[in-house]
Design a protein around this ligand. Structure first.
Ligand code: PAF
Length: 301
């Protein structure tokens, strides 16, 4: 199906379109540069609603100084083609002024405080990032008023924070987390993969390989799983580790037994990639695996 979606670029256009849509509405917030991972979020959205809205907005508030805001790919025409192919009904692609009428970091602008969960992992590496994410997501939810909002599990901490914000602020929307889509060799799809040169693209597979190696050792406990992942990451000189974290499903301490999460962030040249997977810990006895060092988080510095 390739019907052209309605393109709304102002709040007013969106509002007048929204008033005519009585059925269930699903929102897929994106920053554009759409790929198969986004297309799969759109298909998930369609399972939950009659109308699918995709927002395309490179949100300056979630980029820190020296990050890739200026070079972040802006590809609206190609994005509209992806949305058309997925049967999306509306694309909301506002300007920065439309979203931040008081200015991006204006003292008059109200922002959302992510709390302590926003200070760890990506929040520690990218101070202020999650304030930017939650603020723009709250605005988009207010503007689109969807019944359902779909986010990728690839940004696991973001998904956890958005779920918490929706609960804590009593926002009337259901948050759905969709599975990560991967290349055949395991690399998680990301708009930033297009920054990688050929050698970095090969090295980038170490992230998902490390996560899988940890999962295979997780039956022997948290230190063993961490050791297995670090071994893969250290063997790849093109990968500069930011963090490797083994956590509970809520991003707290990992359980001795049961379900948790393993998350990694690393730089390949100037490109920062993240990935994560579910992991099931246990404590089977074993011999020969070092257990020293931090049990949950490992940072490069
Ligand atoms: O995941 C993203 O692409 C962004 O963080 C989001 C949720 C669209 C907010 O800008």
């Amino acid at each position: 199906m390739t019907a052209t979606p309605v393109l709304a670029s102002t709040r007013e256009e969106l509002r007048s379109w929204r008033a005519q849509r009585p059925g269930r509405v699903a929102l897929v917030p994106t920053m554009g540069a759409l790929h198969e991972g986004h297309a799969s979020l759109m298909r998930t959205a369609r399972e939950h609603a009659d109308t699918v809205v995709v927002s395309v907005f490179v949100n300056p508030l979630q980029f820190g100084e020296g990050e890739d805001l200026d070079r972040y790919p802006r590809t609206l025409d190609a994005d509209l083609d992806v949305c058309a192919a997925e049967g999306v009904d509306v694309v909301f692609a506002p300007s920065v002024d439309e979203v931040y009428p008081h200015g991006v970091r204006s003292e008059r602008g109200v922002t959302v405080d992510p709390g302590r969960l926003g200070d760890i992992l990506d929040g520690e590496s990218r101070p202020g990032h999650f304030t930017g994410v939650l603020t723009v997501v709250a605005k988009l939810l207010g503007l689109v008023q969807p019944d359902v909002a779909v986010f990728g599990q690839k940004d696991y901490q973001q998904l956890a924070l958005i779920t918490r914000m929706v609960g804590d602020l009593c926002l009337p929307v259901e948050v759905v987390g969709a599975e990560t889509v991967r290349e055949a060799d395991g690399l998680a799809l990301s708009s930033r993969n297009r920054y990688l040169d050929a050698d970095q693209r090969i090295a980038a597979v170490a992230l998902s390989r490390a996560l899988r190696a940890a999962r295979e050792r997780a039956a022997y406990g948290v230190p063993s799983a961490r050791w297995a992942a670090m071994r893969v990451l250290k063997a790849e000189p093109g990968v500069e580790l930011d963090y490797l974290a083994l956590t509970g499903v809520d991003l707290g301490e990992p359980p001795a037994h049961g379900e948790g999460r393993i998350l990694v962030a690393a730089r390949l040249g100037t490109t920062r990639l993240i990935d994560n997977m579910p992991i099931v810990f246990d404590t089977l006895p074993q011999a020969g695996t070092p257990t020293g060092g931090p049990t949950t988080h490992e940072r490069s510095s």
